[in-house]
Design a protein around this ligand. Structure first.
Ligand code: OAD
Length: 243
């Protein structure tokens, strides 16, 4: 078993070294070892909280205070942790690859904190706020928030600049992601359950465009049957083996 894993890792290292363009697609599993809860699974956020009450435009319109309390709690939690070896490995891969794009569904900013630069935050960022009136986007790192935040330009109520259920992904980011998936020869899919569209279809798309799809996850997922290779294990333990 161990011998088999070592051999597979060696082959994957060769593939990584030989790739002209690597795209990494990450999900909540990458930040799990940092102490950020995932959404699904045993201790996932959606076990204790209802997405309909907290992560939809309707929920915000109904009760902005409640939604902000939940995001404020998450911001405090994220501010108290840091990146892990999985994030660090992706920084090294970016440095050593001719071309590298990181597409993340995570809103925690830990990839950038670790040092990744070419990052597409496809579900937005918990550290950015957007005005519900004028759409101005601003960065905000205040934890905890002292009160409901309002726009300094127009006075409108600010919301988290994240994608909620029922909303479209930011089109400029989507265009860049599409381009990257089209051109890459290696797609690494790390720590995502692959159930939320449209991101869940990215591995299928990249594969049809000729990319080798490598998945790293603690368990098999909906992506596994499309992946050329799935390595089972914690991202923070498996990814450093690729260096
Ligand atoms: P999920 O919570 O759905 O899935 C987390 C994945 O990480 C699962 O497949 C776990 O098996 C895996 N995992 C857990 N710990 C791991 C570890 N240490 N190493 C490797 N893998 C590990 O999170 P996402 O797939 O990111 O959307 O969820 C996608 C979207 O659903 C999120 O961006 C969020 C959520 O609702 C929005 O908020 C719009």
């Amino acid at each position: 078993m161990v011998q088999d894993l070592i051999q597979r890792i060696e082959q994957l290292k060769d593939r990584i070294r030989g790739s002209r363009y690597i795209v990494a697609l990450t999900g909540a599993g990458v930040s799990a070892e940092s102490g950020v809860p995932t959404f699904r699974g045993k201790n996932g956020l959606w076990k204790d909280y209802r997405a309909e009450d907290l992560a939809t435009p309707d929920a915000f319109a109904r009760n902005p205070q409640l939604v902000w309390e939940w995001y404020d709690w998450r911001r405090q939690l994220i501010a108290s942790v840091t990146y892990n070896p999985a994030h660090r490995t992706l920084v090294e891969l970016e440095k050593n690859s001719p071309r590298f794009t990181l597409i993340t569904q995570n809103v925690d900013g830990l990839h950038q904190k670790a040092g990744s630069t070419n990052v597409l935050e496809i579900h937005g960022s918990i550290w950015k706020l957007r005005c519900t009136l004028c759409s101005d986007i601003s960065e905000n790192y205040e934890v905890p928030l002292k009160a409901l935040p309002y726009c300094s330009m127009c006075g409108g109520l600010l919301r988290p600049h994240v994608v909620w259920f029922g909303e479209s992904l930011p089109s400029d980011v989507l265009v860049k992601a599409d381009n990257a998936l089209n051109l890459c020869d290696l797609l690494m899919v790390i720590g995502t359950s692959g159930v939320v569209q449209p991101v869940a279809s990215f591995p299928y798309y990249a594969r049809t465009k000729g990319a080798f799809v490598l998945e790293v996850n603690v368990e098999r997922t909906l992506i596994s049957h499309i992946a050329h290779e799935t390595i089972l294990g914690k991202a923070g333990e498996i990814l450093p083996l690729f260096l």
